[in-house]
Write a new protein. Sequence first.
Length: 525
Amino acid sequence: MTRVQCLKITAYCLTILTATLTGCTTTPKPTEPPTPSYVITAPEATPLGKQVATLRPRTSSPGLSGMLLLGQGVEAFSARVGLAQRATRTLDVQYYAIFPDESGTLLLGELIDAAQRGVRVRLLIDDLSASGQGVDLRLLASVPGVQVRVFNPFAARGFGPARLLEFIADGERLNRRMHNKAWIADNVGAIIGGRNLGNKYFNGPSETNFADLDVLTLGPVTREISRSFDRYWNSEWALPISAPAAPEKDKVSAEHAEFATRIGQIKASTYGESLKKGDPVADLFASRRAIVWATAHAVVDPVSKFDADKSPEVESYVLTEIAEQLRATRQSLLMVSPYFVPGESGTELLKNLVDRGVRVRVLTNSLSATDVPLVHAGYAKYRPALLKHGVTLYELKPTAAPDIGTGRRETSLAPGSEASLHAKAFVIDQRTVLIGSMNFDPRSAWYNSELGIVVESPELAAQVMQAFDRVTSSDRVWKVGLDENGLAWISTDVKDASTLRSEPASFRRRVQVELLGPLAPEGFM
């Protein structure tokens, strides 16, 4: 028997076993089709819409959208709370992951509070992480006014052998994940970007603190984001989470009381107190912070990206638009991508830009800072060619401050934590800005759905470039070089201008990448 035959027989057996354990290997279907629902009309008539109208300059075109960068974890948390507390009609929340830690719990609590005020709440979460949050999602679904759906669901609930075997048997579908991230209030204000909901995104107690970037949007582009939410919410891939049955009423009541007690304890904690500092939304309405008004449009992958008959090597709408924008670059290109795997086509694109005289600078994670070492393996094999052709590479250190400093007070690294880059942003020719959930890698192009915005604004571009320069000119990065002796990691710390000749990471991580990196397909990293 050949090795190929053995593998086929093994795969067949696993498929049969998975079907036995899970009941099916196709998308689970509800007994009755869920009722569709849609974004509200006339958002400008809501109290939040009327407040936003007061911010718009009288000379501003009604077609322009407002943008505020959120480069610090605490302010990004507070902005979500600020929008939630000002919502009077709807809260639409779409995330790849929500964690049952302090900040994740508090934000779920805000959804409950909003529903109890009469706000319609729709929560859509990718099912890859939903099982780890199952109890809280079930409780949310029991609150009048809250609807919860999971996207591209597994048949098996909870983590365990059944789910693993289901993934093996139905990997083509289950490897495709909804990576979109949006927090939308009254179809007026939205927050999109790189952050999921959890401590590591909001400078909370966590082994990893992410340096991330969101943008708060107001005006027409928010309505585009809302329409994209509707398309995902009403698709066949979104499965409702049922509220607990009536006989469990006493148990549910006890769980709600326990949840409320936990929220009170979190709010009284040191971290909870730190989250009360500042409200960017209030700052906007009080003219303490300036908003940028500019032309903007949303870019979002179609739900059809999840169709089983779609080739995995068809680039997404989002990454296709980004590639088109990059090819049109004339002077300068700045890229921030924590998972940066350009592939042969991306490497050739960047090489051609440099050959045309474009200055190309990239900020990504170092091996010691990344939370996914196998992704670094995919990046590392293109690194020499990028450097040879004149691309400037910076790699974040794990000791870096966890923010994309946007001119305000920088946040220090939480005790016991290490930093990791998680922001996704591009600046083209010092005027076109792309911010969202998308990385410059095959997974974003082929398998994940992504959401972002494209903004034409020299002012916003300058803010992102200043933040980039602040990070890359400090002690937070290594600048990677290439000479006759090979790769070099050059410290940008003025107090320690050292140069390393080996990958700055632990021996275990280096071995892990060298042994396992070549075995991992780029699209699965």
